[in-house]
Design a binder for this molecule. Structure first.
Ligand code: HEC
Ligand SMILES: [Cu+2]
Length: 367
C-alpha cells in the first residue's frame, strides 16, 4: 500500500501522551476563543463624551484625526479578517490532521504545483495591498493637500529642548507650551494651520485626538493642521526622543469657543502689566541673566532662548507640564530648575532668598 516509502514502520504511541495532548489542544482552543472574544468586544467606537485625559487615536475630535481614525479602523478590520481566516485554517489543519494512534508513520503523498492555488495566493494578497494603498493614499491626500480658508489661524510651533514655543504671527505675540485654538462646531470650518520648526534637534508634535504625528526638524519647515469640533483641553507628548527631558514635554491644546479665543488673543497681545508693587522683583529679573533668555513684552527683557514670560500666569503649568503654575513651584523652579526637570537648559541662578521672593512676586504679577 505504501510503496513510496520503504522504511515505513507502524508506530505505537503510549496512551498517556495521547491524553495530555488532548488536554493541551483543548487549552489552546479555549485560549484562542478567549482572544477572539476580547478582540471583538474592544471599544473601538468614537465616543461623543468629553475628551478623555488619556489621549487615544480611537477617540478623535478633529477633522484630520477623524480621517485617520476611519482609515485605521478599515485597515484593522482587514487585518483582523486575514488573521481570523489564517488562524482558523491553522487550527483546523492542526486538529484535523493531528497524529493519531492509528497512524502508520508513513510520509503522506507529496503534491507539487497547482496553478489555481498559486494564482489564488498571489492575486488575493495583491488585491488586498492595492485596496489598502488606495485607501491610505486618499486619506494622505485629504490631510496633506487640504486647502485653507483665508481666516485660518496661523501658528508657528518651534520645538525646543524641552519645551514648545507658539508664535501667532498674524497677531504678533508668542506664548509657550499651551496652544490655544478656536473650535469649529460641526458644519463650520475654522482650521488652525501649524508651521513646525525646531530650534535644536528633532521633536515630534503629536496630539492623537486632533491630528497625526508630524516631526519638527532643524532647518526644515513641516506643516500640519487641526480642526477640532469640540471645546476642551487635549494633550499630547513630544513623540521623538530629543534629550534628557524629552518625557517632560507635554503638549497642551486648549480648544476654545470663538469668543473665548478672541478674548485670549486680546490678552496675549497686550504688553506685560507693570505694577509698581513688584518693581523690586523686576529689577532682579532685569539685572540678572533672566532677561537674555526670556522675553517680557514692554520691558528690556527680549531673550528667545527660554519661554516668553509676558503672560506667564495665563498658563496652568510651567516647564511644559512638569509642574503646576503656582507660587510654590515657581519659587522652586527659579531656585533650582533641576529639582523639577533634571538636565533642563535653564541654569540655577543662585539668588539670595530676598531677591528670590521679590522675583517670584514679579513673576506672579505677569497675568
Ligand atoms: C540660559 C538661559 C536662561 C536663563 C538665564 C534663565 N532661564 Fe528661565 N528658562 C530657560 C529655559 C530653557 C526654560 C524652559 C525649560 C524647560 O521647560 O525645559 C526656562 C523656563 C522658565 C520658566 C517657566 C516658563 C514656562 O512657561 O514654562 C520661568 C518662570 C523662568 N524660566 C524664569 C526665569 C527667571 C526668573 C530667570 C532669572 C532668575 C531665568 N528664568 C533665567 C532658560 C533660561
Ligand atoms: Cu522633544
Amino acid at each position: 500500500m505504501h510503496s513510496r516509502l520503504s522504511n515505513c514502520e507502524p508506530n505505537n504511541p503510549a496512551s498517556s501522551t495521547c491524553q495530555s495532548g488532548r488536554l493541551l489542544r483543548r487549552a489552546a482552543l479555549l485560549t484562542l476563543l478567549a482572544l477572539i472574544a476580547t478582540l471583538t468586544t474592544l471599544p473601538l467606537s468614537a465616543s461623543t463624551a468629553d475628551p478623555s485625559p488619556i489621549p487615544s487615536i480611537f477617540d478623535p475630535y478633529s477633522t484630520p484625526a477623524h480621517d485617520i481614525y476611519h482609515l485605521s479602523l478599515f485597515v484593522l478590520s482587514i487585518c483582523a479578517a486575514i488573521f481570523l481566516v489564517v488562524f482558523s485554517l491553522i487550527v483546523y489543519a492542526a486538529i484535523k490532521y493531528r497524529r493519531r494512534p492509528s497512524d502508520d508513520d508513513c510520509e503522506p503523498p507529496q503534491i507539487y504545483g497547482s496553478n489555481q492555488v498559486e494564482l489564488a495566493w498571489t492575486v488575493i494578497p495583491i488585491l488586498i495591498v492595492v485596496v489598502l494603498f488606495l485607501a491610505s493614499a486618499r486619506v494622505i491626500h485629504a490631510v496633506e493637500d487640504a486647502q485653507f480658508p483665508a481666516n485660518a489661524i496661523q501658528v508657528t510651533a518651534t520645538g525646543h529642548q524641552f519645551w514648545w514655543e507658539f508664535e501667532y504671527p498674524k497677531y504678533g505675540f508668542v506664548t509657550a507650551n499651551e496652544l490655544h485654538v478656536p473650535v469649529s462646531p460641526n458644519g463650520t470650518s475654522l482650521p488652525t494651520h501649524i508651521m513646525l520648526l525646531s530650534a535644536d534637534t528633532d521633536h515630534s508634535f503629536w496630539v492623537p485626538q486632533l491630528a497625526g504625528k508630524t516631526d519638527l526638524i532643524p532647518n526644515r519647515k513641516n506643516e500640519m493642521w487641526v480642526e477640532p469640533h469640540e471645546v476642551g483641553t487635549y494633550v499630547g507628548q513630544c513623540a521623538q526622543y530629543c534629550g534628557t527631558q524629552h518625557a517632560k514635554m507635554l503638549l497642551t491644546v486648549v480648544v476654545q469657543s470663538q469668543e473665548d479665543f478672541d478674548r485670549w488673543v486680546q490678552e496675549q497681545k497686550a504688553p506685560a502689566l507693570l505694577s509698581p508693587q513688584v518693581d523690586a522683583g523686576r529689577k532682579v529679573f532685569e539685572t540678572n541673566a533672566c532677561l537674555s533668555c526670556h522675553t517680557i513684552a514692554g520691558t528690556p527683557a527680549n531673550g528667545r532662548f527660554g519661554p516668553d514670560l509676558t503672560h506667564l500666569m495665563s498658563r496652568t503649568t510651567i516647564a511644559s507640564g512638569a509642574a503646576p503654575n503656582n507660587e510654590e513651584k515657581l519659587r522652586l523652579w527659579v531656585k533650582d530648575p533641576d529639582a523639577i526637570k533634571p538636565g533642563c537648559l535653564m541654569p540655577a541662578m543662585q539668588l539670595e532668598d530676598r531677591d528670590l521672593d521679590s522675583l517670584v512676586a514679579y513673576l506672579m504679577s505677569l497675568h
